[in-house]
Write a protein that binds this ligand. Structure first.
Ligand code: AG3
Length: 290
């Protein structure tokens, strides 16, 4: 490696890491909550890194943001009020505003700097934050959701990993408060970590265990996100009415004519078909003692 070259590396575990070459560092600062870095990279475009963990790249963020939003919207096209917890980069909001039927989007982000930096340096992701239906709340999601009762048809937890500011968003208490914050048939979708490297797999199991304990049935679906640890990422889907997210009207969603680059209704169904080792991991999680 040319010693003059600049690289960003994320450690996936003690024995594996992932690197991308950096053209230049665009931003670097420590907020009250975390270290925020933005780089320009030849392979992935501009990238956002929080506390050394890669949050998004311009090249593949569409996969994550489409997959955290559209499955729930296809299952419940009548969703009107949405709460996004985290998500200060605006990627979820960008996908949500594609639905004219959504009336209100509350975004609860703990770190106002993330919103500021995304607005300034990540226009592709943050461009729709100014939509008239979007209201920003700079607050701790854990506390915010505690005060909401029967208020949202959909809650999307677009958090960091379960360390630092994101930790509380993987707890039973938080999921319990989400349950009370949801309307009758309300849905919760969360980013559910990767099943692959041992530390991530454990986080995945914990999330699944807590979510199932609170909601009863909790479903898990997957996507391929090249720049997240192992490239294999999971999402959680739980609803107040125990709705099976594999059963939905695909033609109705297609008839909306929305433009997506990853999500489609055939993939929606397939995304809930999990590899055996992941099924086993999740099954074992349900019996875990914490
Ligand atoms: N939130 C989930 C990112 C987790 C990535 N973890 C990691 N690189 N270790 C992404 C926020 C995008 N709105």
């Amino acid at each position: 490696m040319n010693p003059k070259e600049l690289w960003f590396t994320e450690n996936y575990c003690l024995d594996a890491r992932f690197s991308m070459r950096v053209d230049r560092q665009v931003y670097s600062s420590k907020s009250r909550f975390q270290q925020i870095d933005v780089y320009d990279t030849p392979a992935f475009g501009r990238v956002l890194v929080l506390d050394g963990c890669l949050m998004l790249t311009e090249k593949d963020e569409f996969i994550y943001h489409e997959m955290i939003v559209h499955p729930a919207m296809a299952v419940r096209p009548d969703i009107k009020k949405v709460l996004v917890i985290g998500g200060g980069d605006g990627g979820c909001v960008r996908e949500l505003v594609k639905y004219p039927t959504i009336e209100q989007i509350d975004l609860c982000e703990i770190d106002r700097e993330v919103i500021k930096v995304s607005r300034e340096f990540l226009p592709q992701t943050s461009a729709r934050m100014d939509d008239i239906r979007v209201e920003l709340h700079i607050a701790d999601g854990l506390k915010f959701v505690r005060q909401q009762k029967n208020a949202y048809d959909l809650i999307i937890v677009d958090s960091t990993d379960p360390f630092g500011p994101g930790e509380g968003l993987f707890t039973r208490e938080f999921y319990g408060n989400c349950l009370s914050a949801l309307t009758e048939n309300g849905i919760l979708v969360n980013q559910h970590e990767s099943p692959y490297y041992p530390g991530d797999a454990l986080a995945c199991q914990r999330a699944h265990r807590q979510l199932s304990a609170v909601f009863g049935d909790a479903y898990v679906y997957q996507a391929h996100i090249p720049t997240y640890p192992s490239g294999h990422w999971l999402f959680g889907f739980a609803s107040k009415s125990g709705q099976d997210p594999r059963v939905f009207d695909g033609d109705a969603w297609d008839a909306l004519g929305l433009k997506t680059r990853y999500y489609n209704t055939a993939l929606h169904k397939g995304s809930f078909a999990l590899p055996n080792y992941v099924l086993e991991l999740l099954k074992n999680a349900e019996g875990m003692g914490y």
